[in-house]
Design a protein around this ligand. Structure first.
Ligand code: AMP
Length: 213
């Protein structure tokens, strides 16, 4: 299977090829066509499987169709730590080089001023840790009702870090008619319950651990 077979725009395929990727990894091959068909996804996959490109590439494809609006981000990626959020942002920038998409990285330990300005100007994707996102939301700096695509990444680590109540609150602020992708290395009962509550008819994908892990 090649990246061309997944249904992505040619410009998005180029984004992956520029990174030197020859063919999609198993999680990418299974997730990308379904994300493009607007399905919800539960992806049981560890770091190292290529799961980030599995959601970033189709997200770029979908965002490239629409238009940016001030104050109302169109998509949201939740990460448990600042480091992971920064890594995903880096990926987004690399894959999306050929697209006019704006991103805001909302993480703790960074001055809020620049983040607030970016939100005012309008962003296509927010990449955030739950704590900082809730903080900005509670200050009225951000509207989530235009966010029609949500990624909950590393859900089991979110659980370890006590973020599940924040995620539930965030999910309730997003429009009910949205696409939700949830990735987790394992599926403890609390995460299963979260998925049952906030995902609709998800496609379940499970891939093996990467050999290098
Ligand atoms: P991730 O699991 O998303 O953290 O990705 C793990 C690593 O695999 C990253 O360094 C990616 O750059 C790399 N990667 C992602 N997709 C592919 C692919 N299709 N072919 C080769 N490497 C990839």
């Amino acid at each position: 299977m090649s990246f061309q077979d997944l249904g992505l725009f040619e410009a998005v395929v180029h984004g992956a090829q520029r990174m030197g990727y020859v063919e999609p990894s198993p999680i990418q091959a299974q997730a990308i066509p379904s994300v493009l068909m607007m399905r919800d996804i539960i992806g049981i996959a560890q770091t190292g499987t290529g799961k980030t490109a599995g959601f970033v590439l189709p997200m770029i494809d979908i965002l490239a169709h629409g238009r940016r609006r001030a104050l109302m981000p169109r998509s949201l990626i939740l990460e448990p730590t600042r480091e992971l959020a920064a890594q995903v942002a880096e990926n987004f920038e690399k894959y999306g080089k050929n697209h006019d998409l704006k991103m805001a990285l909302l993480i703790g330990g960074v001055q809020m001023g620049d983040q607030v300005k970016a939100l005012k100007d309008g962003v296509d994707v927010l990449i955030a840790t739950p704590g900082r996102l809730m903080d900005l939301f509670e200050r009225g700096k951000i509207m989530l009702n235009g966010c029609s695509m949500l990624v909950i990444d590393e859900a089991d680590r979110m659980l370890d870090m006590g973020f599940i109540p924040d995620i539930e609150t965030i999910c309730s602020k997003l429009p009910p008619q949205r696409q939700t992708l949830l990735f987790s290395a394992t599926m403890p009962p609390v995460i299963k319950k979260l998925a049952d509550k906030f995902l609709s008819n998800p496609k379940y994908i499970e891939v093996a651990r990467p050999a290098s892990n």
